[in-house]
Structure formats: C-alpha cells, structure tokens
Design a protein around this ligand. Structure first.
Ligand code: ADP
Length: 788
C-alpha cells in the first residue's frame, strides 16, 4: 500500500514563492473573490497594471464593479450571472476597466468558478490582463479598412487588392462598374474581355514577374469598357504591401484613365512624325503614302487621301493594317469612284471646304447616305463605326480630302480626334503647296536655264555698281571676254562709253525706283576696244544687294541695216534734189514766160506746180536732214536775235498758206536767243503744220511765249485729236506715227524727230502735253541769251 506523502514546509514555501513571482513577472493580475463575503483579494499587479497606489484598491466586489466602464457594466454582470448560475467552470469576458488616471483600459478577465459539493459557486479565482494595445491596433486596422474602402470608393481610379499569390480579393466600385464583370470568385473573371488583345500577354507576363520578384508592376494598356465596349488607355500600377519582416502581405493596384493624355501625346507624336515625312521630299504622292500608313491602326483602321485631278477625285494613298484589304479597297475604288454631286461625305467636304464628322455611324445614317444596294452591302461588310473627312485646302481652294475610318476596332472618334485630323490636313496642305511651288520654281528655273544656255540672248547678273556677277557665253562672246576674265572680275561701267555714262546713271536711278527698265539702246566697249550696239532690258533682282538681272541683245546687224537705210535715204534724197532744182529752175522760166503771155489759166497751173515742187523739195530736205542727223553732220549757223521775230515771221508765212485755222499769238518776252534762225523756223513751221493737220474740226491755234528760269518757252496749242498717254514717250522717235490716227492723216513721222533733235542741239528741251480728243500742246524751251 502506498503511503500518501504531504509536502514539506519547504516545498510549500517554494510553491508560494512561485505563486507570488510568476504573475508579477508575467504581468498577470490575479484575483480571488469569495462569493459569500464578497471580498476580493488582488495581487500586487493591480498597482502596476492600472496605476493604483496602496490604499486606493479596495478588497471588495463593489470596488471592482465600480471601476467597470458604465457601458460594459450590464454585459459583464449578465455574463457573470450566467456563468455562475449555469454551472460552468470557466468565466471569461472582455470589458473596459478604469485606471487610476481615469482612462479605461481594455481588459480580458478569465476566472475559474469553484463550487461546493452541491455545485453552488462559492469562489471565483481569476486572471485579468490589460489588452489595450492589441485592442487599439485592432481598432485602427478596422478604421483603416473603413478609410481605405471609403477612399477607394471616392477616387476616380479603378482599385484592386490582391493576395501575395495574386488572387484578387478586392475591387472598388469603379472597377466593377467600368469592367461590368459579373463574378463571385475573382478566379472567374474573364480578363480577355477586359484587357485589349494587343496588351493582354504583356500585362500577364509583367504581373507574373512582379508576383515572383516583388517588384512594382507598371503598364500602359487599353481596357475595355464592359458597357460601351470601347477601349480606353489606362496606366496600371501595383505595389506590394509588406509586413515588418519585409514579407509581402498584399498587392495594392490602381488603374488610372490616361486616355486623353495618351491620345494627345499619340497625336503629337503622329503629327510630328507626319511633318517629318512630309518635309522629307517634294514628291508628295510618295510622302502621303507614308503618312496614311503612319495613321493605321493606332489612329484609325483605315486612312486615305484623295486629291482633285481634272475635276475628279483621285485616290492617292490608302492604308489599312492588312495589305489584302488595301488591294481589295483599291480595286473596289477603281470601279466605284465617289459621286461628287451628292450632298454628304466626301462630296460635301469638297463643296464646302469644311470637315464632316460622323462619331457614331448608325444604320439610319448609312441608309440616309445612299440608296445604292451595292454600296449598302459594302458598308455593312466593312462594318463602319465612325468616320472623319477633313479637307485639304491650298490657297483657299479645297484640293482634296483625308478620310479616317474606324471599322473592326469599333472605335468612335472624338472631338480631339477631329482636331488631330484637321491638324494633319493643314500639314498635308502645306506640303502639297510647297511641292507645287517648288515644281513651279523648278519649271521657271529650267526655262530660265535653257534661255541662259541657249545663246540667243545675253543674260547677266550685275550689281548696280557695274560688277558683273555672272554672264552666259553669249554675253561674254559679244564683248570678247572669256570665263577666266569673268573670274578675274569685270566691271561693266568700264565697258560703257563715256558719253553714255550719265544716261547709265539715270537708268540705275530709275531701276531703284520702279524695279525695272524698259529695253533701251546703248553701247558696250569690247575687250579689244571696239564698240558693240546693244538693247538692254533689266529687272532689279534684289534691292538690298542691288543685284540686277539684264537681257542684252546684240543689235550690230540691225544698226548696220539702219545705217544702210540712212545712207540710201541720204543718197536718194540727194540724187532727187539735183534734178528737182533743175525742174524748179525751168518752172520759174516757164512761169515768167506765161506771165508775159497773159494766160491766166496756164498761170494758175504753173503756180500750183510750183507749190507742189516746193512741197516735194521740203520733203526731200527733211529726209536729207534725217540722214545728216543720223550721221551727226547737221550744221547750225548761230546768230543772236529776238525770239518774237522768228515766231511772228513764221506765223505770217504759215497763215498765208492756210485758211482753215486762225493762228493767235500770246506773249512777248523780248528775250534774245542765240540760235540757227532757219532751223528754229523749221521747228515752228513743223509744229504749226501738225497743229493744223491734227485738228481738222478746229479753227484756231494758239502760240505762246514765256520766260521762266532763264529759259524762253514756246508752245503751240491745238484743239485736235490729241495723243494717247502711252504713245507720248515714243513720239519723238524717227518714223514714229500714232497708229490709231496714221491712216487718217498722211505723213512720214520725221517732223517731230527733226524738231526735237534741232532743239536738243540748241541745248533745249521739247515736250508735249495732250489729252485724247481734246488737243495737244507742243512746247520747247531754249536758254535765253545773256549779253556779256
Ligand atoms: P507726221 O505728222 O508726218 O506723221 P511727225 O513727226 O510730225 O510726223 O509727228 C509724229 C506723230 O505725232 C504723228 O504721226 C501724229 O500721230 C503725232 N502728232 C504730231 N503732232 C500732233 C498733234 N498736234 N496732234 C496730234 N497728234 C500729233
């Protein structure tokens, strides 16, 4: 039999020490409640745990009860009653217990219920623990969760949370609404319906890599709107959430809509790439092909450019990502050209020069646009969903269109797509315009080049100071220069005869004012010193640089011909004059004999013959004068006399031969001049004869003299047919007659030439003022004679 052994005194003491020490070290508040006396005993932890000092803690149930949080009191009481009365061995409850400081701590209280042999509870032996820290953490976590959900619901981003293994355990409202997915377990989500096929594989690969490596996840992809089926660009990001040990506990992901920014940058990139292509060559048909290719499939499924050629729209470029479809569409287009008489689509854009925008192409829209069954079937086949047609405008004229069409992508163009399309059209217009200008310039340059190289005319670039910048071989040959001479420098001023330098100076002045010079005659001095007569026409090429382009024609042959003509006129008139003088002599003898005979009739005939001989004589004299002037052989016999003397004498002489007009004289300067009297008479007679001849309906002519600025001015005024303004500069040229009146009035066109030459030889000037149908005033000015 085994003898029951009792613990020794020492052993009991040890147990007691444990009992005292362990709870203190473990921070366990131990209490012992005697139900009968209601006395509660506490161990010392009550002081450290709740901050009470000795004396503040009472050994009673009431004290404990008093310190339970008022809101928890009932629940704690009820649970105690229930535990005690139900025969349970263990009671446990969480409640708030008042600290000495007045604040409450979350505590968990657990007790063993000791019962007597009848099962009646007599004592509760309990352990109380402060769990405030844990409670606060739990509370915060709860609050965080609430805050997160609130935040997730209120921001525009699509948000999701996944477990470390990638299982999606949370999506915010926005995500669910955008994707419009129906699922109870996230493993059932059909991601293929959400992520664009072009981005699907990449997205998963990246996600798997992140799950493996713990690296952040980032991607730009298109996600499908589950309701509208439209794809939009999103920036997808996910970051791992790690615990204090660095272990990933969750993945937090966002999808931010970057569609607008993405399109803007996409458009900008597209437009700048298009600009680069367009600027790369002047062969715009080739560049346009590259531009439409650039637009598919990112901007549109189809892109095409048509240009007007001979009143019809020609397809210049067409692109689709599938080359087979391009071939098909081109073939189709050749059999079905667009009908430009319609009031929709391409035709309307061509007519109005404004864009046509069809963001959503509905069945009705298609049906309204055409009745042609073939076309309808075709549109159905292509599956049009959206379209933009923008005009290509050059110099205010619509010369073509750019079409963007969306079909299989089901994309609907937006306002900003249209802006981009119009931006492209502007760039295309510029490119075409530039190419056209370049083409024109090229043509002009080619024409000029062939002229330059043709050797039928001299072409030179000079500076107004005479420096020869470049010259074709015709010009160099004409002046006897070589290319080498040109390289060494030629100045055309030095190649101009001294007597023409003043004129040259005036020409340059005119060139600087009007920018051009009508062809004029001049001479150049050749390298060998001989002279070459030329006609020069010039235009100012560059006012700043004073560069002039001139055409120079060698007129040596013409001059020789003229010279021969002058010589002929000289000889002919000389040869005619000798027999005429003899005829005149015989007529005068005849006249005398007839006068003596007293036959009046014969007398009249002889007198008339005499008048015509005089006319013939003066004509021949004039012709002789012309040839003398050309040869520079006109002699002048100067005397000093009063101008009025000559004028009055001449008026008398002319008036005696005409009855149709009365010649009035105004003025009287009493000024003397030094001149050839006969030649001056010749000038006046000429002007008076013209005044009579060219004013057949008038009956008066006025001659006036004035003295102004040391000049004597004589003018002859008629009220006749007048002279067109454009004819005036040529009037004093040899043999020049105004064509409009030449048939009506007989003449040779040399009178004014001789007159102006005579006046010029006297250092005077001659000019005319005239108005058609109102009359003319011919004037000349001569320097007054100053007695020494
Ligand atoms: P001609 O009179 O012999 O033709 P001129 O040299 O005298 O030759 O005149 C040249 C041209 O000038 C004329 O043909 C004429 O057209 C025009 N003309 C000259 N004087 C007058 C005038 N007083 N009124 C109108 N036209 C004139």
């Amino acid at each position: 039999m085994q003898v029951k052994s009792y613990p020794s005194q020492e052993e009991l003491l040890k147990v007691y020490e444990w009992f005292e020490t362990i709870p203190t070290v473990a921070n366990l508040l131990i209490w012992d409640w005697d139900l009968e006396t209601n006395i509660v005993q506490w161990n010392d932890v009550i002081y450290t745990m709740y901050g009470y000092s000795h004396g503040e803690v009472e050994d009673s149930f009431e004290w404990w009860q008093k310190n339970v949080h008022p809101d928890d009191k009932d629940a704690v009481g009820a649970s105690l009653d229930a535990a005690i009365n139900s025969g349970k061995m263990i009671w446990s409850h969480e409640y708030r217990f008042k600290r000495q400081s007045g604040s409450y701590s979350y505590s968990i209280d657990k007790a063993r219920i000791l019962r007597d042999s009848q099962g009646k509870a007599i004592r509760l032996l309990g352990v109380m623990q402060d769990i405030s820290a844990r409670k606060t953490a739990e509370h915060m976590a709860e609050q965080n969760q609430k805050d997160f959900k609130y935040l997730a619901a209120s921001i525009p981003q699509l948000i999701w949370v996944a477990r470390p293994d990638g299982y999606h355990e949370y999506f915010n409202k926005q995500w669910l609404e955008y994707t419009n997915q129906n699922f109870s377990d996230s493993r059932d989500i059909d991601w293929k319906k959400i992520i664009h096929p072009d981005h699907y594989d990449k997205a998963w690969k990246l996600w798997e890599r992140s799950l493996k490596t713990g690296e952040d996840y980032e991607i730009e992809y298109k996600l499908c709107n589950g309701t509208t089926k439209e794809y939009r660009w999103f920036l997808g990001r996910a970051i791992p959430i790690k615990n204090e040990k660095g272990k990933i506990t969750k993945w937090f992901g966002t999808c931010t809509d970057i569609h607008h920014q993405k399109l803007t940058t996409q458009f900008q990139t597209f437009l700048s790439q298009a600009s680069k292509i367009l600027a790369s060559s002047f062969d715009y048909k080739e560049t346009l092909d590259s531009v439409v290719k650039l637009a598919v499939p990112e901007i549109a499924d189809w892109c095409s450019i048509d240009l007007m050629e001979d009143g019809e729209l020609e397809l210049i470029a067409l692109a689709h990502k599938d080359p087979k479809k391009v071939r098909w569409a081109k073939k189709l287009r050749s059999t079905m050209p667009p009908d430009l008489t319609r009031n929709t689509g391409v035709a309307k854009v061509i007519q109005t020069g404004k864009s046509e925008f069809y963001p959503v192409i509905t069945e009705k829209l298609i049906k309204d646009s055409t009745k042609d069954k073939k076309v309808l079937a075709l549109i159905k086949k292509i599956g049009l969903s959206s379209m933009m047609i923008v005009p290509i405008i050059v110099e205010g004229k619509t010369i073509g269109v750019i079409q963007f069409t969306s079909s299989e992508s089901k994309k609907h163009f937006l306002k900003q797509d249209l802006q981009m399309a119009e931006g492209l059209a502007v760039r295309v217009s510029f490119a075409i315009h530039n190419a056209q200008l370049y083409d024109q310039a090229q043509k002009v340059e080619n024409r000029f080049k062939s002229l330059y190289e043709s050797n039928i005319v001299g072409v030179i670039f000079t500076r107004t100071d005479g420096t020869l910048i470049s010259a074709n071989s015709y010009f160099l040959d004409m002046l006897g220069f070589t290319e080498e001479d040109l390289q060494n420098g030629i100045n055309l001023k030095e190649q101009t005869p001294i007597d023409q330098k003043q004129k040259q100076f005036e020409y340059i002045k005119e060139l600087n004012i009007t920018g051009m010079l009508q062809p004029f005659e001049k001479e150049y001095i050749r390298k060998d010193g001989s002279k070459v007569p030329v006609i020069v026409g010039s235009v100012m090429q560059d006012f700043d640089k004073q560069e002039v382009l001139s055409f120079v024609l060698d007129i040596t042959e013409r001059k020789k011909l003229e010279q021969r003509k002058d010589e002929f006129i000289g000889i002919a008139s000389h040869e005619l004059r000798t027999p005429l003088t003899t005829v005149k002599g015989y007529i005068q003898i005849l006249e005398r004999i007839i006068q003596q005979m007293g036959d009046d009739k014969l007398n009249t005939y002889v007198k008339k013959t005499n008048v015509y001989i005089d006319k013939l004589n003066s004509l021949i004299s004039e012709l002789l004068d012309v040839s003398k002037m050309q040869a520079g052989k006109l002699q002048l016999n100067y005397t000093v006399f009063e101008i009025e003397d000559v004028i009055l004498d001449t008026i008398d002489a002319v008036q005696s031969t005409i009855r149709s007009h009365l010649i009035l004289y105004k003025g009287g300067t009493n000024k003397k001049i030094k001149a050839d009297r006969n030649r001056l008479e010749q000038v006046l007679t000429n002007l008076l004869a013209n005044a009579v001849k060219y004013s057949p309906k008038a009956n008066q002519i006025t001659v006036e003299t004035k003295y102004e600025n040391n000049e004597v001015i004589v003018s002859v005024k008629d009220s006749g047919v007048g002279i067109p303004l454009t004819e005036i500069p040529k009037l004093f040229q040899r043999f020049y007659r105004v064509e409009a009146t030449a048939e009506q009035f007989s003449g040779l066109g040399i009178g004014l030439f001789i007159s102006s030459e005579i006046i010029q030889r006297h250092n005077g000037r001659m000019w005319v003022e005239s108005k058609e149908s109102e009359g003319s005033t011919f004037s000349f000015a001569l320097p007054a004679y100053r007695e020494k």
